[in-house]
Design a protein around this ligand. Sequence first.
Ligand code: PFF
Length: 453
Amino acid sequence: MSQTERGNFASKIGIILATAGSAVGLGNVWRFPYLAGENGGAVFIIIYFACVLLLGIPCMLSEFIIGRHAQSNTARAYRKMSGGTAWTIVGFMGVLTGFLITGYYAVVSGWCLQYMWASIVGHMSGEPAYFQQYFTSFTQSGFKPLIWLLVIMSMTFFIVRSGVQSGIERASKVLMPTLFILLLIIVVASCMLPNAEAGILFMLKPDWSSVTHDVFLSALGQSFYSLSIAMGCLCTYASYFTRKTNLSNSAIQISVIDLFIAILAGLMIFPAAFSVGVRPDSGPSLIFITLPNVFQQAFGASQVLQYSMSLMFYSLLTLAALTSLMSLVEVATAFCHEELKISRRNATLLVVTSASLIGVFCSLSLSGYDGLTVLGMSLFDLFDFVTGQIFLPIVGFLTCIFIGWVVPRKVVYDEFTNDGTLRDTFFRLFLFLVRFVCPLCILAIFLHQLGVF
Ligand code: PFF
């Protein structure tokens, strides 16, 4: 299939917004603030910054090189670049990881829609215990989350089936700026609350005594998750880049946007939380239980203000989730379209339907249905564990080895410099990082997660 038949992104801004759309997601607005909250605020942010710089950017660039060079879906890209060896399996694992994540990512995205709706109909106010009970009864209600899951998956379907340019690129150009504006409004409102400085200080003043090796490992894992590394997305999107795209600049710009949005998410949550005396270390329940309560206490003096704050917050969360879901669905869609030789529309339908089915089981597993628990974990937790803690480090590690040691240096150099037309100042540094630093660090997280040290 030629490049024109496959389609590609039409503009530089489209490339940046679509790929940043994949990176900016629940990981930035949900996972980053709660991990920073649990791991000492500023210290976590500094270590996270170093992880993005030294590990995230080189790994992202490695996937860009593979995708743009091969101009095909992720599985085929590894096959093409390795001459058809066992490396194909790594590409295939990337596709599988992206696909498996789609189901449970869609479940949480559906929760965001429910909370958006609840903000509109005025259900987001009550005593602190109410929010806990609201979340538990909603997520365990069986049927309700499934409706929202289907809504968000249908939205994703309509965007992705329209293709790379008229679907993904066009939607990203609208959704990403909207997300950014909503975020800025809430940040300003949050930072203007009385006592908000305590939250800002929490993000700026490092307390080095709270550093343990767990902080490093969480920061490293989060940087990979947040930048959409090792799940086939970056490689698939890069296959739609043009020959003129400057890969290293794009990787830097996208990582900076992702980092910036995560910091803004912190600036939206911590000042409001500190202002009403709530510690932001409640873990994953932060945005669905703690935050509605924070909004109620911080903005409750005016009901209109409180409802609009919570509506804006859950809308922005939904937009962030949607642009990431689009990229996740695109990974398997490109694969099915090219490998099964079915139309793009049918490929999208196949992927969305099967991922929704996984989502249905994940969602029901939270309602305590017998038979949806494996190894003592709900299916939801199992998918999170298998993809995030096993597949992600394996694919990430092998991708670095592939680019650093297997693919001929000349091929990597030509992609890095666009056939010698761009400066190669950082090429040696890049190669050093992907050959040694990245694989060793990824190996460290993997062994730690398996409890080896
Ligand atoms: N990077 C997204 C986030 O931060 O929420 C999550 C994600 C999207 C991970 C796409 C992986 C992926 F391929």
